[in-house]
Design a protein around this ligand. Structure first.
Ligand code: AMP
Length: 415
């Protein structure tokens, strides 16, 4: 199937071609015809499946074909995070470039004034996180009473993040549900999601696609060979110099997690450990602190991390490599999302070369390796890395991580 067969407007087909897409992804093949028909939709799809184009393309098409007026908000997209809102906004701008509609992305943590001014100039599509949207509504800065399409993107995450009441408040500002087309995207269809959908949608069709299984390809991975005794020092250094605010660090043992946590605290980094010996209350407290930004480093064992509802962190560090290679894939799956930087760093000492080999065999590729200046491993450790691709670089500076977004790009940086 190609995009032409989906029946999208020529303006949209042109934009799609400009993106270089030749074939709709499975979620697009399933979702686009349903949305074009005007049906409500519950789609089980994760980031990376092409879900954003799966709703932005047909929504834009319908606005265009129904000759929606400019200056009225017709479409509202709610997202859990600023990053996702920005990403959806970028998609709308790209796919809608040949159409006259204007979209605006609004989220909290930035000045509200410019958002109000843009709204006054008139927009037809608003992409928003719920809190800021409600602030704007309360200030009378936007009118949602003409919204004919509502999209809840990553609805499961919105519920996880406690947005349910805000979502309900937003919905009260919209026309009644019979007068809207409602699209809900979620990685899971939990009971809570179904409950939310029940009160929101008109006889929805469900579509589902398997998640992409190549998480690892979307994450920049790096190995830093280092002596075992200097791992803690290097970790503190990287967190400080990179100004990392939220780091998930994996250790192999509970004892190791506790000890590392204490050492990091001594280095002035607010840290907490979670593992099987901690009570549920202690784990919840640690997790809440981490999410709220009070705890900068969460040190976890593999088992403890399994049930954690945190994902898509900017930085995951393997302080010690796992014995089971599959655990590595689970660990690094906590970082990165399509098109976003996600950095998974492994501090690897000489005694871990077997684990590293096993992991690389599972991945089917070598992880780019980089010796950081000042942290060169001693001679015996170096022997193990000699046969591997390597580059030498100073330790990371403040701000964004260095190198490309992916391992591939990073290895091209070899200097
Ligand atoms: P999403 O799941 O919406 O975050 O999209 C994941 C990535 O796939 C984004 O980088 C999109 O630009 C890209 N993408 C979306 N649709 C297609 C397509 N039909 N062909 C190729 N890439 C696509």
């Amino acid at each position: 199937m190609n995009f032409e067969q989906l029946g999208l407007a020529p303006e949209l087909l042109r934009a799609v071609a400009q993106q270089g897409y030749t074939q709709p992804t499975p979620i697009q093949q399933q979702a686009i015809p349903m949305v074009l028909e005007g049906r409500d939709l519950m789609a089980c799809a994760q980031t990376g499946t092409g879900k954003t184009a799966g709703f932005t393309l047909p929504v834009l098409h319908r606005m265009h074909s129904r000759q929606k007026r400019r200056g009225t908000i017709h479409t509202l997209v709610l997202t859990p995070t600023r990053e996702l809102a920005a990403q959806v906004g970028e998609n709308l701008a790209a796919y809608g470039q040949h159409l006259p509609y204007r979209s605006l992305v609004v989220f909290g943590g930035v000045k509200i004034g410019p958002q109000i001014r843009r709204l006054r100039q008139g927009v037809e599509v608003v992409v928003a996180t719920p809190g800021r949207l409600l602030d704007l509504a309360q200030q009378g800065a936007l009118d949602l009473s003409r919204v004919s399409t509502l999209v809840l993107d990553e609805a499961d995450r919105m519920l996880d993040m406690g947005f349910i009441h805000d979502i309900r408040r937003v919905i009260r500002l919209l026309p009644p549900r019979e007068k809207r087309q409602n699209l809900l995207f979620s990685a899971t269809f939990s009971r809570e999601i179904r409950q939310l959908a029940a009160g929101l949608m008109n006889d929805p069709v469900s579509v589902e696609v398997a998640p992409e299984n190549t998480t690892a390809e979307r994450i920049e991975q790096r190995v830093h060979p280092v002596d075992k005794a200097r791992k803690r020092e290097l970790l503190s250094h990287m967190i400080g110099r990179g100004n990392w605010q939220q780091v998930l660090v994996f250790t192999r043992t509970k004892h190791g997690a506790n000890r590392l946590c204490q050492q990091l605290e001594k280095d002035g980094l607010q840290s907490a450990a979670i593992h099987g010996n901690k009570s549920q209350a202690a784990r919840t407290r640690a997790l809440q602190g981490f999410k709220a930004g009070k705890i900068r480093v969460l040190v976890a064992t593999d088992i403890a991390a399994r049930g954690l509802d945190i994902e898509q962190l900017p930085h995951v560090v393997n302080y010690e490599l796992p014995n089971v290679p599959e655990d590595y894939v689970h660990r690094i799956g906590r970082t990165g999302r399509a098109g976003r930087e996600g950095l998974a760093i492994s501090l690897v000492s000489a005694d871990e070369s077997k684990q590293l080999r096993d992991i690389e065999r599972l991945l089917g590729a070598a992880i780019p390796s980089e010796v950081l200046e000042g942290y060169q491993p001693s001679a015996s450790a170096q022997a193990h890395t000699e046969a591997r691709p390597q580059r030498r670089k100073p330790a990371p500076r403040r701000g964004r991580p260095q190198g490309g977004r992916r391992g591939r790009a990073a290895s091209g940086n070899r200097g």
